[in-house]
Structure formats: C-alpha cells, structure tokens
Design a protein around this ligand. Structure first.
Ligand code: KG4
Ligand code: ZN
Length: 345
C-alpha cells in the first residue's frame, strides 16, 4: 500500500508544507518565507513568527494538497517538526498537525528538526548510503554526527557557542548588511580578498571535533572598529573582511569534517542546514573529500534551508519504522520542545 505523508515545518521563520509518498516521492512542496516580516528588526521576532505561521499555514496546506492532487482521505499521516526551535512557532505547526490528524482519522508524527535536515540529501537522485558522517550547519546548530542508520545518531562534536549560521548572520550585521546576513555576506565575499586580515581558525589546534565561532565574530568586530576609527571602512574593506571571515569559517568546517572522516573511516559526508547552501563551503568540501577518496552529498540548495519536504520524508521513515501509534488517545498528544537532543530520539 502506498504511504503518503503531509509534512509541516514551522520551527523558525519559514512556513513550509510538503507531500511525500513512498511510490512517487515528492509530490508537492510549498514554502512561505517570513524574511520580509523580520527584516526591519534585524532578526527573527518569535511572537511575530508564531502569528504569521497561524496566518499562512492552512492556506499553504490547502495549496500543497491541491498541487499533489490528493484528498486528505488518501493521506497516511501528518508529520510535523516538534523541535528544536522557537516554542511558539513549533506549537502552531504541532497543534495544526495533531488537529488535522484527529479530524482526518490518521496519526500525527513528531519529527526532530535536525534529523529532518540530516536526511534531506536522501531526497536527491543519487542519495548517500548509510552509514555516513553528517555536517549539520544551520542558524541554530553546528554539529558533526555519525549516522549509522536511520534513527542511530552519535554526536561527534558541536559548537560550544554560536552556530555557523548565527556567526554568519551576526558578522553580516557588523558589516552593515541586511538580515538575513548569511547569504548577503557570502555574496559580498565573492568580491573580496581577505588575505589582508589574519582572522583566527577557532579550535583547529585543539583535538576533538567541537567548534567555536564567537571568538571569530569578535575578531571581525575589532577589525571593524579599527577600520572605522581610521576612516578606512570602505566597500572594498567590507568585502575583504567578508571574504576573510568566510574563509575562516569554511577552513574550520572543512578541517573538522576531514578529521571526522579520518576518525570514523567513513568516506561519505552529508552536508545539511542553511550554511550548506554556501558555495565556497560546497566546493572546498568536494575537493577535500575527493582527496580522501570519498564523496560529499548535499540537498539541493532550497532543501538546505528549512523546508517541508525533509519533514514529510523523515515522517515517512518514522511511519514505516512503526514509530506511530494510532490509538485515538495518543492522537491528542501535541509534542513541542524548544530544546531536544538528537541522540535522545
Ligand atoms: O537551516 P536553516 O534554514 O535554519 C535553521 O534551522 O537555523 O539555516 C539558516 C542559516 C542562517 O543563519 C543563514 O544566514 C544561513 O543558514 N545561510 C547561509 C547561506 N544561506 C543560508 N550562510 C552562509 N552562506 C550561505 N549561502
Ligand atoms: Zn533548520
């Protein structure tokens, strides 16, 4: 029998919905980004995010079902991001999913947001086989994970302070770039020559696989102050600093990923999360893994950032694994956790 899952993602500032089934694959996906709503505040305002999810979610679900040409009666389950994320935003998606599941008489499936990210490259035409190492680099997380098989995850290392995406966003702000800063900073860096700035490569000399990015951000801040003081904060200097920063982050991510590959002798690296859309990171990792006789896998850029397809897909795998009870009482349980360790699922 064909299993068809509706996936709902509302953990941060993207309202996203998709329909995925185990015969035809991805049948529809819709994303509404709240970027314009938060731009004037320079970052995501949690309460505004929740309210906007409420406004957008139901019309997006209707649109996705229409795109997939499917009636709710043909769905097997509703999967939703249950965490980690902004608690108010999560609750919108979770209560909607549980409510629809109740109304349609099908189970709802809570999905871990980072698990969904690390499985996203399995949506592509040449998916990686298990086991693999996953480099998860998003706005909220930076970690290396040993993925033995679906559901078996061991965190090898993670950031001790800022996430890579967060560091991109904060540094972009220092350089006067609009929110969301990551892609803006990356675009500016393409025109820069960062060699004139000696920024640190945090944690590289230390053993282990943890990351730290807040010192790097501070180093950029000190350079910005120096340049401003001497009246040399030109567009050229801004682009050069952006390039220097991007090089430092990418150097660190590449070196630690290679270290993880060496430690585990697993030659497959999967990259996921918003920073996975970064062009320099993609080309440098490809080169580095090729040098080790390995391969690197990515979701398409639009599935690097938050999306409903990865949630529907992770939900399908959970559904197939039987991680769902269909007792009517359990259908009323709404799960939403702002913090949720990947190893605890
Ligand atoms: O995975 P994601 O959409 O949301 C979270 O779950 O956090 O990641 C968003 C993060 C933001 O910090 C954004 O600035 C960053 O990914 N990002 C990038 C690029 N595109 C998105 N960072 C660097 N270069 C990019 N091209
Ligand atoms: Zn995400």
């Amino acid at each position: 029998m064909q299993n068809t899952i509706l996936g709902i993602e509302t953990s941060c500032d993207e309202t996203a919905v998709a329909v995925y089934d185990d015969v035809d694959g991805l049948r529809a996906h819709r994303i509404f980004s709240q970027v314009a709503l938060h731009a004037k505040y320079g970052g995501v305002v949690p309460e505004l995010a929740s309210r906007d999810h409420i406004r957008k979610l139901l019309p997006l679900i209707e649109a996705a079902l229409r795109d997939a040409a499917i009636q709710p009666t043909s769905l097997s389950a509703v999967a939703y991001t249950a965490g980690p994320g902004l608690i108010g935003a999560l609750l919108v998606g979770a209560t909607m999913a549980v409510g629809l599941g109740m109304a349609w008489g099908i189970p709802s499936i809570p999905v871990h947001h980072m698990e969904a990210h690390l499985l996203a490259s399995l949506l592509e035409d040449e998916p990686p086989e298990f086991p693999f190492i996953a480099l998860l680099v998003s706005g909220g997380h930076t970690m290396l994970v040993d993925v033995q098989e679906f559901g078996r995850y061991r965190i090898l290392g993670q950031t001790l302070d800022d996430a890579a995406g967060e560091a991109f966003d904060k540094t972009a702000k220092l350089l006067g770039l609009p929110y969301p800063g990551g892609p803006e900073l990356a675009a500016l860096a393409e025109h820069g020559q960062g060699e004139r700035f000696a920024l640190p490569r945090p944690m590289l000399r230390r053993p282990g696989l943890d990351f730290s990015f807040s010192g790097l951000k501070t180093a950029v801040m000190l350079e910005v102050r120096k340049l401003e003081k001497s009246g040399a904060m030109t567009d050229r200097a801004r682009a050069d600093l952006a390039d220097a920063f991007q090089q430092a982050v990418v150097d660190t991510l590449v070196a630690k990923s290679l270290r993880a590959v060496e430690q585990t002798a697993c030659r497959r690296l999967v990259v996921a999360g918003g920073v996975g859309a970064n062009r320099l990171l993609r080309s440098r990792l490809k080169e580095a893994l090729a040098g080790e006789g390995g391969s690197v896998y990515y979701p398409r850029p639009e599935f690097c950032t938050d999306n409903g397809a990865m949630v529907a897909f992770a939900g399908l795998l959970r559904f197939q694994a039987g991680a769902v009870t269909s007792r009517a009482s359990s259908r009323l349980v709404v799960e939403a956790r702002a913090r949720w360790n990947l190893q605890e699922i």
